[in-house]
Design a protein around this ligand. Sequence first.
Ligand SMILES: Nc1ncnc2c1ncn2[C@@H]1O[C@H](COP(=O)(O)OP(=O)(O)OP(=O)(O)O)[C@@H](O)[C@H]1O
Ligand SMILES: [Mg+2]
Length: 173
Amino acid sequence: MSDQRLPAVQAINQLDFMSHSPAQTERVGQRLGEQLQPGDLVLLIGTFGVGKTHLVKGLARGLGADDLVTSPSFVLVNEYRAGPQHQAMPIYHVDLYRLAETAELATLGLEELWAGDGICLIEWPERVAQSLPAEHLAIHIQHLSETKRRMRLAPHGPRYVSLVGTFKGTTFG
Ligand SMILES: Nc1ncnc2c1ncn2[C@@H]1O[C@H](COP(=O)(O)OP(=O)(O)OP(=O)(O)O)[C@@H](O)[C@H]1O
Ligand SMILES: [Mg+2]
């Protein structure tokens, strides 16, 4: 999934754009984060070092979180807290790269995270492709050059089509 080149033709409802710097990726994340609502699930798809965690930093900032966003290392899930304007809801930052085997998945209790009233942001969702909810926002990031990234927001389900529509209006409109 992650090594695939994004096809040149995008489907209706999808949104393609470029990021020219880490700071721009964070700003884009911030704009999108401002629009997130309790229960939202966002999948971050792309190769090593492409910018998934940078985008999560922006998303957390847009949600008003003051916490330091880092790559989950020994644990697979970091939890942050959104600001008061976002009901101080929990933000679960999941990185499944180190998920050893599917058995470990059960102990993680991911289903509870994405079924809850928090925000769930998942790096390397390919690891659990079979178990993911059908409704989610997929963000594909592709490495173009040292500082250029191609981003594609692909909504799955009506909630996410509406989210991408609002994001497009406020960010590019
Ligand atoms: N336009 C850009 N957007 C995001 N990151 C960029 C961009 N240009 C360069 N970078 C660099 O790419 C790296 C992205 O690192 P980051 O940890 O966000 O990647 P990641 O996708 O989370 O990697 P991993 O798969 O290891 O978790 C950083 O070193 C950042 O400075
Ligand atoms: Mg990362």
